[in-house]
Design a binder for this molecule. Structure first.
Ligand code: FAD
Length: 356
């Protein structure tokens, strides 16, 4: 049976998931005048968005394509978006455009770095660039970009949640088990069997969305799964550093400077995993690797260990590209799927169509 309301209220938009995608979807939909209900299975921020890495890093600027352009637009306007959000609610999000350094470990990679420098000139509009710099002693060269930034994901999610207070109805501990649509509207079925309907249903529940959206991708994706969860883990260290400390990336591992002399190091990528948020202390090679090329971090206290599962698309013809739009063949079900490692820098843009 389809009911038109929850607790006798009706809504124009129902959002599934209280991660960065769902919170931005709710914010944009509300700004567009919609009555919004956000349903979260656990608590806001209990998914992949609620960690401490918060790297906002561009794809390399050579071999330009639409995906890189979209991410560039997201990253370049995020500083102003965060300033607006902070001014609105008075809560800092820990955003800083800190830049990123990647060590150049072999001369033979220099031509590739030159191509990236050219690519940044051609494709990164604004005050952003990429260049080769040397460390203080002149012993190590780095590729350095000025577009990369960092944000404190938990502070960011908290700011977004506060911005929705008294504007959007949020219910935690509500599990959506099925979605669908009629010619007139979309609907969601909850684990207690009740069904809610709205003009739009926004599917933004991270990697768990794949179980719900799969029927819509079956025809397009040759029956193969539309995506999967890739687990990752990371650690947060205590390390005194100045405001000029950039993000470092080498050999698959990131070092990300945060406020209060915190530094995040991560992360792993596991396609096969058990326990969505259990940290495996036997899987700490990423930290050993980072300490070997960033010896200044040796001896730093580990303040927190964190694990979560990121949503990664596997779509025929689109590969791992995210899907932001109506589900195939649907007029009422909108997906924000597969942000994988870059969601924090693009969620505000990916969900913007929901404001009208
Ligand atoms: C170790 C690690 C490091 C990362 N580092 C970065 C980084 O540096 N920069 C970056 O941009 N990204 C990073 N990411 C990726 C990024 O965190 C994710 O892509 C992003 O958080 C996904 O956001 P989301 O809103 O789609 O999903 P989530 O944040 O996972 O939110 C989904 C929410 O939906 C809820 N939910 C699930 N099922 C249901 C249901 N049936 N009904 C209702 N609610 C439901 C969940 O409880 C959850 O709260 C990292 C991820 C990991 C794991």
């Amino acid at each position: 049976m389809i009911q038109g309301s929850r607790n006798s209220k009706s809504f124009d938009v129902i959002v599934l998931g209280g991660g960065v995608m769902g919170l931005w979807a709710a914010r944009h939909a509300r700004a567009g005048g919609a009555k919004v209900l956000l349903l979260e299975k656990r608590q806001i921020g209990s998914g992949a968005s609620g960690g401490f890495l918060g790297a906002l890093m561009p794809h390399m600027p050579d071999n330009w394509n639409a995906k890189k352009q979209f991410q560039f637009e997201g990253l370049s306007c995020l500083s102003a978006t965060i300033r607006e959000l902070e001014a609105e609610i008075g809560i800092p999000c820990g955003y800083r455009r800190c830049g990123r350094r990647i060590p150049i470990t072999h001369e033979k990679t220099l031509p590739q770095v030159e191509r990236r420098i050219e690519g940044a000139r051609a494709n990164w509009k604004g005050d952003f660039g990429l260049q080769i710099v040397s460390d203080g002693e002149g012993t190590q060269l780095f590729q350095h970009d000025t577009l990369s930034a960092r944000i404190n994901p938990r502070a960011y999610l908290n700011a977004l949640t506060v911005s929705l207070k008294d504007r959007v109805e949020i219910e935690e501990g509500v599990d959506v088990t099925q979605i669908g649509e009629t010619p007139r509207n979309g609907w969601v079925r909850l684990s207690d069997g009740s069904v809610l309907q709205a003009d739009r249903v926004v599917v933004a529940n991270g990697y768990e969305a794949y179980a719900l959206v799969q029927p819509y991708f079956d025809g397009l994706n040759d029956g193969k799964t539309a995506g999967r969860g890739v687990k990752g883990q990371a650690v947060l260290l205590s390390h005194r550093h100045g405001d000029d400390y950039p993000i470092f990336y080498h050999d698959g591992t990131y070092i990300i400077p945060h406020g209060n002399n915190r530094v995040a190091v991560g992360s792993t990528s596991l396609n096969e995993w058990e326990g969505r948020d259990t940290f495996d202390s036997d899987d700490m090679d990423f930290l050993d690797k980072a300490l070997s090329w960033a010896p200044h971090l040796q001896g730093s206290e580990i303040i927190e260990k964190w694990a979560a599962v990121r949503p990664r698309n596997t779509l025929e013809g689109r590969g791992t590209e995210p899907w932001f739009g109506f589900l195939p063949g649907s007029k009422h079900l909108f997906g924000l799927l597969g942000g994988f490692k870059i969601s924090l820098g693009i969620a505000h843009l990916a969900s913007r169509p929901l404001s009208h």
